[in-house]
Design a protein around this ligand. Structure first.
Ligand code: GSH
Length: 230
């Protein structure tokens, strides 16, 4: 199998964390099609976004669907929890991370440029993020992990989502929505010590550095030039 993924992509990072935690990285190659770098990912996959999983049976887009597929493929390594209620809790927390946190932060990225920024758009989207954090506060379990006493797919979604809350939002002038002394803050502090969380946080930081120092742009230009030759 091949995962179309990028270091800085939080939806991809969530799947990489699951792959590392399941110990199946030898079965999955990582790569990024040149079409993504050209802004033409829709030519590869109609939704036009990463991650996408390439399998012998065809392409699977959407991180949550890929996550379910991997769980189905390796049932003995599944990261969805053990009881029906456990699994429902994992799904709820993962949806909070995807829909209410990451999606709104992603839309806010369009407001990065201070010269063209609309504060009303930021306020609207960050209001939704604050609401999502409020829901997370009440849905998180009280242990080291998001649900129960072991790492689940909920943690795989929440690590990149909270990484974006803690860092990315400041790039368009918003405040970190994780309030000090909250349950979300204590969860965020402890989950960052998990070995698989450390791996994807390092990768996202590497991706951010490459974006900021121009390395990403250079690699993109090179890949596009090479693709034009073939
Ligand atoms: N709902 C999708 C969201 C994926 C997504 O937004 N991916 C971003 C990168 S993290 C992307 O490909 N953006 C490119 C674009 O919007 O054109 C999922 O869960 O996989």
């Amino acid at each position: 199998m091949k995962l179309y993924t990028g270091d800085l992509s939080p939806y991809s990072a969530k799947i990489r964390m699951q792959i590392y935690a399941m110990g199946i990285q030898d079965d999955v190659e990582f790569g990024l099609p040149v079409e993504f770098m050209m802004g033409k990912m829709y030519k590869v996959s109609p939704i036009g976004r990463i991650p996408v999983l390439e399998t012998d049976e065809g392409l699977i887009p959407e991180s949550e669907v890929i996550a379910e597929y991997l769980d189905d493929l390796y049932p003995d390594k599944s990261m969805l929890g053990t009881t029906p209620k456990n699994r429902a809790d994992v799904r709820v927390l993962s949806r909070i991370g995807d829909i209410y946190l990451m999606n709104n932060i992603f839309m806010s990225l369009s407001q990065m440029n201070p010269e063209t920024r609309s504060q009303a758009v930021i306020d609207l989207l960050m209001g939704q993020v604050a609401r999502g954090i409020g829901a997370l506060e009440r849905h998180l379990g009280d242990g080291q992990f998001a649900v129960g006493d072991c790492l689940t797919r909920a943690d795989c979604t929440l690590v990149p989502a909270l990484w974006m809350c803690a860092g990315t939002v400041q790039r368009f002038g918003a405040e970190n929505p994780i309030k000090p002394d909250s349950r979300v803050a204590s969860y965020w502090e402890s989950i960052q010590k998990n070995e698989f969380a450390i791996m994807i946080i390092d990768e996202m930081a590497r991706g951010l550095k490459a974006r900021m120092d121009g390395t990403e742009q250079k690699l993109r230009e090179e890949a596009i030039k090479n693709a034009a030759k073939t």
